[in-house]
Write a protein that binds this ligand. Sequence first.
Ligand SMILES: [Fe+2]
Length: 112
Amino acid sequence: MAAFGSKTTSEDLQIGIDGETFEVEEMYPAYRDVAKMQKEYAAEVTFRFAWEAEKTHVELFKKAKAGIDEERDPDLGPIRVCEVCGYTMEGEPPEKCPVCKAKKERFKIYAG
Ligand SMILES: [Fe+2]
C-alpha cells in the first residue's frame, strides 16, 4: 500500500512511477484482456486509452524525478492532454492524437 506525503519529493515520485508501471505492465493489460474476452468492446477501447495514457505518465514522472534528483527544476515543457482519450504529452501536439486520432485542437494544456 502506497503512502503519500511523508517522504521526500523524489521518494513520492518513485511511488508514482512504481504505481504507474504496475498499471502499464499488469493492470490495464489484464482489464483489456478481460473486456475483450467478454466482448465488451467499449470497455476494451477505454482500457486501451487508459493504458496508453499511463505509459506517458510513467515517462513524465521519471523526467520530473530526474530533475529533482539532480537538484534542479524538472525540465518539463507544456503538458497537454487529449480530451478524447487522455493521452498526455509534452510540447506541441501532433496533427492527430497518436492513440485516438483526434485532431490537435482536442489537446488541452494541463500545465506549463
Ligand atoms: Fe486522443
